[in-house]
Each structure stands twice: as C-alpha cells, then as structure tokens.
Design a binder for this molecule. Structure first.
Ligand SMILES: [Mg+2]
Length: 367
C-alpha cells in the first residue's frame, strides 16, 4: 500500500498568478528566445508540448522547486527534443530564474539542447531515442518496491515511438501492472524526416497501447482544461499504466511553421526572433506588457534619424525575405541562413560572399 504524500509535496501548486494560457505564451516566448541563440533549439517539438508541460507542472505533478530531490516527488521524464520547452516550464515553475536561460547553449551553461540533469528539476538526460519509457518503467517499479506514492510521467515524442525499445517497455509495464506510470505522447504526427506515417505507421495509437494492457486516452494537446480533466481522470491506484495521446501541432503558435517538418530545429536570427515574439505577444498583448524583459540590462536610447533613408545597393543580389529564409544581421550568425536553406536562398548567398564573421558594422541597408 503506497504511503500518503509527504507534507512538503501534498497539494503543491504553481504559485504564479497568470492564467494557464498566458503561462503557455510566456513559455513559448522563452523557447523562441533560446532558439535565437547561437545554439538554436528544437523549436517545433517544444512548441507542440507546451500545454502538456504547463498542465503537468501547474496541476498534476507533486513537485516542489525548493526541494527538487525530494524522494517522494513525482518524476517526469521529458522527450529529449523538448528540452528547451522543459527548461522554460521549469523556470516559470520556480526551479531557477528565467534569466538563467539567457546562457542557453554557451559552453559553460547548464542548459543544452538535450535535457541536462544538472538543471534543477531535470531528472534524466533523455534524447537518445527509445530511452525514456524504459527508464520510466524502472522508476515506476522502484516506486512500487519502495511503497512510495510517487508517480512517474514520461513525455514521448511520436517520432520516438519508432524505436522498438518503447514497445518492449510498454509491454513490460502492462505485464507488471504499473498503475502509477503515465505516458504522454506528443502526437504532432511529424518526426525529423517528415510525417511519422511515412516511416512506420503509428495509427491508431490508442489501440496499440490498449493491446499492451494500458488505459488509453486521446485529447487535444493544446487545450489545457481538457488535459487537466484527462489527467484528473486517471486513477492513481490501478493495476494498469495509462497513456494520454495528446493531438498536437508541431510549431504551434507560429503560423508560418505550424505543422511543418522544417520547424524541427531552428536557429532564429534577430529578425525572425522578433517576428515570432511579436506574434506571440499579439496573442496576449495585455499580459505581455506585464511580463519581465528577457534582457535585464537597459539599452541606450537610439539617436533620432536625420536625413533620407539609405538606398539598397543595386548590385546586391535579391534574397528571399520571408519566413523560410532569413539572414541575421548579427555577426554571430552572419553567413548562413537561420531557417531551412531553400534553393533560392542558396543561390543568393553563393553568388554574394557573406560579410566577414568578425565584422561588427551593419550595411547601410540594414540600419
Ligand atoms: Mg513528433
């Protein structure tokens, strides 16, 4: 019989005062900021699981940021390609200051493109495909042997389900009757090479999980109220593990990449990052005004422009200035395209040598 929850974890809840949807937007802003770093990040798959993680950390998981190693805490193993989404949610949940994420991708930083267990709140370094669920089975079995009330949640990308080790783990969990194990599938129907159904078909996913002895639920993965109700409906004391198949959209909230494979990994230049932030903030302008700035250092005011605008030199080759092909004016990223290189883009850049990567002077057309 599991022990009752400890006092420090029972009923622990997100202490923020923003509505959950605005928390989700705030998390998306942080994801975009990290994708604007030199490292870049898994943009599409992180955007698709935002509401899943927000719901879990707001309303479901018994965790306490002040005691991230409490042995009775619930455990969450996140999909490796959602690391920046996990970091953003952990920051909003209070495990560390959100300002720390500004170091993301730097050599000395704790925050890397795959989950780093040195970060408070991150349990395991997932990311090698097929590891998460087998680890989750081990965590759940250990909790049972400890007679602990802790539950184990494993967030899986659907592309990850192409690995057979997941199905071995699913079969073992059903056979062992690990009722305190919950899997959540971020079912955005895309993996790094394209639609999941073009690789090994995963539909109908609920039937497959039920065949291994799991309770299976399907839900809109962007509706926080539905996610909350579904999680609440999963009994804690049962002899069957449960899976929640969350139907999501890769790249959610950025219309020009939603549902597109190319959103998988992105290094956003300054312009696409600003564009993405503008789109997100337009969705909740009132809340955005209250959010703290990402860069706490005040910037010097710009001198007012005098004289006519400089003209673009006629000899400069045309470059597609749309969402599929941006080039940052930042010296950090000059010389390559932040988004997928299209043929038009490649032609343009190969016909015009990029400026020196060490140059810090912007061309007149970009001032
Ligand atoms: Mg996917």
């Amino acid at each position: 019989m599991p022990r009752p929850p400890t006092g420090s974890l029972a009923g622990s809840a997100w202490t923020g005062d923003l509505p959950p949807e605005e928390h989700a937007l705030r998390v998306r802003e942080l994801i975009v900021e990290m994708c604007g770093s030199a490292e870049g990040g898994h943009l599409g798959g992180s955007m698709s699981l935002v509401e899943i993680l927000v719901t879990l950390y707001r309303s479901v998981l018994r965790v306490e940021p002040a005691a991230p190693d409490d042995p009775e805490r619930d455990v969450l193993l996140s999909k490796g390609h959602g690391a920046i989404g996990l970091y953003a949610v952990l920051a909003e949940r209070g495990f560390f200051p959100a300002e720390d994420l500004a170091t993301y991708g730097r050599p000395e930083s704790l925050f890397s493109a795959h989950p780093n267990p040195a970060v408070p709140g991150v349990e395991m370094p997932t990311g090698s495909l097929g590891h998460g669920l087998p680890l989750g089975v081990g965590f759940a079995l250990a909790a049972r042997l400890d007679a602990s009330p802790r539950r184990t949640f494993v967030v899986l990308g659907d592309g990850k389900l192409q690995e057979g080790s997941n199905w071995e783990a699913a079969m073992a969990a059903g056979s062992l009757g690990l009722g305190r194990l919950v899997a959540v599938v971020d079912r955005n129907s895309l993996q790094i090479t394209g639609p999941t159904e073009n690789a090994v078909a995963l539909e109908p996913p609920a039937d497959r999980w039920r065949g291994f002895g799991w309770h299976a639920h399907e839900v809109d993965g962007h509706e926080i109220a539905l996610l909350r109700a579904t999680f609440d409906g999963i009994p804690a004391d049962t002899d069957r593990p449960a899976v929640l198949i969350a139907r999501t959209v890769k790249g959610r909230s950025l219309p020009y990449i939603e549902g597109q494979t190319r959103s998988h990994y992105a290094r956003l230049g300054e312009r696409p990052k600003k564009r993405a932030l503008a789109i997100l903030r337009a969705r909740s302008r009132k809340a955005a005004q209250a959010w703290p700035p990402w860069h706490p250092t005040p910037r010097a005011p710009r001198a007012p422009r005098s004289g006519p605008l400089p003209r673009r030199p006629r000899s400069r080759p045309a470059v597609r200035s749309n969402a599929t092909c941006w080039r940052s004016s930042s010296p950090r990223t000059s010389g390559w395209c932040a988004w997928t290189a299209t043929p038009a883009c490649s032609t343009a850049w190969t016909s015009a040598p990029p400026p020196s990567a060490t140059s810090t002077s912007a061309s007149p057309s970009r001032t």
